[in-house]
Every structure is written in C-alpha cells, then in structure tokens.
Write a protein that binds this ligand. Sequence first.
Ligand code: PEP
Ligand code: MG
Length: 885
Amino acid sequence: NKTVYTFGGAADHSDPRQKDKTVTGGKGANLAEMAQIGLPVPPGFTITTEECVSYLAGGSDFSDALRNDVAAALRHIEETVGKRFGDASDPLLVSVRSGARVSMPGMMDTVLNLGLNDETVVGLAAISGDERFAWDSYRRFIQMYSDVVLGLDHGLFEEALEIAKEDKGFYSDTEMESEDWQALVGEYKGIVEAERGEPFPQDVHLQLWGAIAAVFDSWDSDRAKVYRRLNDIPGDWGTAVNVQAMVFGNMGDTSATGVAFTRDPATGDKAYYGEYLINAQGEDVVAGIRTPQYLTRAAREAAGARPLSMEEAMPEAYAELAQVFDLLEKHYRDMQDIEFTVERGKLWMLQTRSGKRTAKAALKMAVEMVGEGLIDETTAILRVDPMALDQLLHPTLDPAAPRDVLTTGLPASPGAASGKIVLDSDTAEQLSGRGEKVILVRVETSPEDIHGMHAATGILTARGGMTSHAAVVARGMGRPCVSGASAVSIDLPTRTLRIAGRELKEGDTLTLDGANGQVMAGEVRTIEPELAGDFGILMEWADRHRRMKVRTNAETPADCRMARQFGAEGIGLCRTEHMFFDADRISAVRQMILAEDEKGRRVALAKLLPEQRADFRQIFEVMAGLPCTIRLLDPPLHEFLPHGDAEFADLAEATGYGVDHLKRRANELHEFNPMLGHRGCRLGITYPEIYEMQARAIFEAACAVAQGGADTPVPEIMIPLVATKRELELLKALVDRVAKQVFEECGCPVDYLVGTMIELPRAALMAGEIAEEGAFFSFGTNDLTQTTLGVSRDDSARFLAPYVEKGIFARDPFVSLDIDGVGQLVRMAAERGRATRPDIKLGICGEHGGDPASIAFCEEVGLDYVSASPYRVPIARLAAAQAAL
Ligand code: PEP
Ligand code: MG
C-alpha cells in the first residue's frame, strides 16, 4: 500500500484508496476527487493516516519508505508548477495541513508559505515583482511555523508587530511597507533564536519534515483529545498530512481568498453563501483579523453593506466559482463547504467538504434535495443527525416578548440562550458543572475554548465572521452563537464588559438570539417550537421506514400531550412514584410510609386512591386508546420522607403523631444501600396493599374512561426490579385479583397486560422462566447498567469522565448502552423470553431508548418499541428509521 498519494497535474487518481477518507482523510480524499473531475486544484500530495498511526506508535520516527515517497511526490509538485523547492531564484512554496477522517478543530491546522528562507525570499520578491508581498509572506511563515511547529507563544510575535506599527504610527497591517516587513523578519528571527537557543530553520527540507511531524503529533494534543471525547471520535484513526503548492490570494487587488457554502448553512436556503477578502491569505478570513466581505451582490444588498461583493468586484472569477459550486453539489449530492483562492485573476480550489449545518438547515436541505431529484428519501433520512433535531425541538425567543437589545452581532448559530456571563472557558465549565446556565463571552474563540463552549448554553464573540472558529464550532455543537459583535469590549482584569456604553459584570444575565444576532440584557421569554414544514415531512418519511414503535416516558397529562405532538405511539414508562411527590398528596404518602402496620397504611392509601385514579384517568384520555405501560411503585420508601424540622412538624400536624415518633420511624427506614434495598417489587411483596391500591386506581380509571365513551385504554401494568419468576407470579396474581374485583364492581372489563421490567442480571438470565408469567418485558437499562457494571448511576459522574478519556468506555454507559456487556444480557433475555412466549412484547424504557446508537442496537435485537422522554421522541423516530434502513 502506498504511503503517499499525489494529486493535481498529471497525477494518477485511479487508486480507490486515494478517495477513501479512512486512508487519506477528508481533505486529501476530496482534493483528489476535485482534481479528478477536472477542477483547478494546486498540485500536491497526501501522506496517509496509516503513516501517522505508525509514526505515533513507533516512537516518532519516519520510515525510509515514507522519506523516499515524499521526495518523489515533491518532484511531482515541482514538475507540475515548474518551480523547485528551495530554489533561490524561483522557489516552490507549499502549504502543510492536517486532515483527519472528519474535520477536527484542535489539531494543527495549517502552515502556509513553507519553503521560505533568507535566500528564497529574495527569489520570491524578484519573480513576483512584489517585494512587499515576499517579505510579508516570509514574516507570516515564521510566525505560523514558530507557533504551530516550534510551539512558541504567538503573543511574542504579535507584540513585536504591534510595536513595529506603533513606532511607525501605523494603525493597520496594510500600511506596512516592504522594508517594515523585512525589519520585522529580523525581529522575528531574533525572537526564535532567543526562545529556542538556535536559529529559525533555513533548510527547507527540515522545515517540511518539522511541519509533517507537527501535524502527526497534533493528533495526540490535549485539545484534539478533548474534541474527540466530546464527539465520540476514536483515538486510533490518526490524521493525514496534505502538502500542496501555494497559490497566493495576497498578490494585490486581482487576488483574493474566501470561504463559501453552496447553500446557506444556517437556514438551508438555496443560495450561495460566503465571505471573501481581496489581497489576503486564507487565515485572514478565518481568524477574524479583517472583516470579510460578501460573496454575492444579493447578500451584500440585503445587509446594506458597502464594500463590493466578489460577484461585483471580480465577476469573471466569481462566475467560474459559481459553476464550480453547481458541479460540486451535483457530484457530491450534498451541500459543500469550500475554500478558494484567486491568484491574479485565476481561481484555485483549496478544499471542499460536506458543510456543517444547523439542524434547521440540515432538514431543509434534505427535504429540498429530494424535491430537486438530487437525493432519494432514504438518503434524506440518513443525512439528518437525529441528535441535531434536539436544536429544533427547544423553545425560541418569543417575538412578542420585550427585548432590551444591547447590540447586534452576526447570527452565527441559531437558537435562543440565556445565562450568566462568564469570560473564560474554565469558569464556564466550573459554573455549568454546578448546574448554572452560562453565556461564554470572548473576544474570539480558539480551539482551547472547546470545553467552555461545550459547557455554555450560548457563545458571544466580539470579533470574527460567520466562518470564524466560534461560528463553526458552535453550529457543530448546536450552541446558539452571536459572533463579531464589535460593540462588545471585555476587560478581563476587572471581569467586566461594556456593550455599546452599558457596563455589565461577569455573572449578569444575558440573552442571545442566534437567529438574528441580537444580544439582550436579562432573560427573555421563550415559545414552543414549530413542528410542521420540513420537520413534519422528514418525520413522515422516517415513520414510513421504521419497524419499531416509539413510545414515551411520561407521567403528567402535559408531558403526555407534548409527547403525542412529537409523535409518541404510547407510553413506555409511567413512573407512578412521580405522582406521589405532588404537594397535595405528599403528606398522605408520608403517612402511609410511616404507618406502624398494614391498618395504618390502608388508612393513608385510601386517601391516595382517588388522587391516583384521577391521574390515570387524565392520562388515558390524552393517550386515547394507545398502549400505556404503568409501572407500580419502585423507589425506596425513604425517598419520600420529610427533610428538616419544618417538614416533620407539618407531618406531625397532619398525622397526629409526635415529631419524635416520626423521626424514630424515619430512622428505622434508613438503608445503607437503598438502590439495592427495599424498593421495586420488594415493596409490593412486603406491603401488597400499596400495589393493590395502585392496580385498583388504574382499573377504575380505565373502566371510567371506557364507560365515558372515549377510546378504551389498554393498561400494561409493569412490575419493577423483578429478579425471580415467583415475585412476578405473586404480584401478577395480586393484579389479576384486583382487576377481577373492579370489573365486577363496574361491570365493564377492559383488556390489560401484566409484565415486568428487566433491570437485574438475574432477571435477564432467568428471562425464559419469567416470561411464563409476564406478557411483556421492558428493559430498564438504567438499572440494568448500574447492576451489571456495579456502577452507581447516581455517583458515577465523579469517575466516568476519566474512564471515557482513558478509553475504558467508549461513551458514558448510562448515556449510550454498553452493547458489548449489558447488550449481551438484553439480547439473551429477548431470545429466552421469545423462546417461552413467541408473542412477548419487548421494549426499552431506560434513557438509552432516546440514544441513536442504542436504538440501532434495539433494532438489531428486534425489540418492538423504544420509549424516550417527550423531547427525544422525534430523535427516536428518526434513529429507528435509520436503524431499519
Ligand atoms: C431503568 O432502570 O432503566 C428505568 C427505566 O427505571 P428508573 O430509571 O425509574 O429506575
Ligand atoms: Mg429502574
């Protein structure tokens, strides 16, 4: 297998490995593909990801094969452009960029102008006829190389540049003359030598290998690791390296550089979208140093901006670019994110990839591309990330609510966010860890801010365009973001900021509207999302393609109604204990728990019966004949006990018991390990009157609804935490007995099922036997994960993050099912249950029922349904369809 692939010029692009992202990375594969379809791509070569992996494993050594192959590939570039690397009279310059399988902020990004040294800079000046350009390029190269390859603080160089400008009385870089840049190069070289004890490398081959090593090493940088952890990217992929002939967007006013999308990545509108800068290098656009200009005339006019758009300033290059956009969309059948450069009027393509997009844009594009005949329905279903739907399902700012608008920046990533102002990423992470909502406010963000951006509910930056780091990362993470709000100035020493003359401090509340760029003081009211339109269409397609049903975990009529709006086809888990906490009945619940004997308990249960009956009745009415799985009381009783003297005093008054007596009873109920204690069906076994009351409430409610003429409900009564067949047998008999009594009393029998949760390894092992009693199983994978791993679901946060970082778990097993371990128990229980009772109903109601990877596993095992919290229902519908395709 080749270690290096060349592209552009006369290169042979026929080896399929070259277009395989796992081998050449996203950037390398797409460069080869663009070159192959005849687009203007500067020649270059890609070192494979495999070389990165073996370099990192082999103690940072380059193989001889790699050295030879790189030398040959360099000759390919030299021959194609007719320049030689290191040639003092007409030097070839190259860019060196990383490029993993998926784009990954956090890794070394780019070194431009590599191949410049004290001699070649003179040749470049002569051959380009532009001294200023040559010296500017050299100083940029030293600065970039020193930062990303040599690891020197870039602040040192920025400071030297600021001082140089101050000395001259200049405001902007564009005022710097050739001699000024030349002098600065001297300064920069001095900095490098002082910091490293050796001069800036003059040997162009040493420069190249240094940059290649830096790209490889950056795969294992802390920032890259954090990004991988947050995005579930395996650590063993490695990155490719792309070395490509430089083209220059900074060769005067007929040159430019830009970033563009073939459709609007924020809204999904079918309109070219992008930014460009005349006489600039690519980094200038992304870094937000100069404010980029619009690509199209329409966008410029819509924004009321003055500087000419590319369409107006460079009509020929723009026309060619527009053709390339169309060609690329047809070729890739997806929206493309493109980097280009115009060098003295000639267009060059530097990169294309499927563009990151907001959930709203993803939906709109998927639906519209089906309409355009570009993709089919199944591709559309597969193209939308189910988790991204989350962004659409959450509230947006109420347009009618008053807004105290401080300033307006760029609408970089949509959604509404309110939170406390924080000025650095570590603080953002700390506060959000304590459950606070925070807005991260920065001058601009860098990959070092990824953890803070993740922790924040919204991001505000003073600088940077729509393609700045903050904008791109925020969109990918689904965080609302306003960028380039230039009226924001931050004073870190006093932890304050001024926005258009108003003074705010860290900790004050701010609201962002990512849809229009507004920054508002205080919190603004929100409204519920719109579920029709593209969302409705895609959901309809998904429903047509999925096999599994999607139910919801809900126990209030409001949640049930919301879940039905989101498309829930039943209730998979109604946790009846949540009804016990309501203010109007907690005191009866406490009375029941603290009673000395059955008689005392029955008195309290009699008070609870009508309350529960009313709850179930409302739920059955909302669910209108859909199946409803209702779980009988599960948690340890002491969870309901009073806390603090005031609550004890209230309870004493309500029950007539003395406070001391109540406290003694509460003490008696204390358990050392409540999760493994007196809970679940053990409550039903020891205090059958509790389950009797609940069963009665369910059946009476069902009969009342049926007799009222509404759709007859089908209650599925679920017994929690069963470990043995006998437990289920006893409790099923109890439920059947109550059913018989109620049906006789009201003269209106309804269909019902009795089944169990599978939450304990023993239950999974004995599933064949348990299925003799249970008509259905619902996998309670929260407890099943806890009991299989022996990891407390309530205490794991403290140690699970390092576990994931060290690769012990690929993901938090309480978020995404441990398929290898816990999954085996699920699979086995499903098989054994079906062997006993072929028509047994199988579902999942742990949190995993809303996680796409776990849903794919449920499809594989052949479960009948998944159940998720209301907001996750659409995610589950889409994920179930993807799993079935
Ligand atoms: C479970 O254990 O997975 C479950 C759904 O029950 P709970 O979360 O209420 O314990
Ligand atoms: Mg449970």
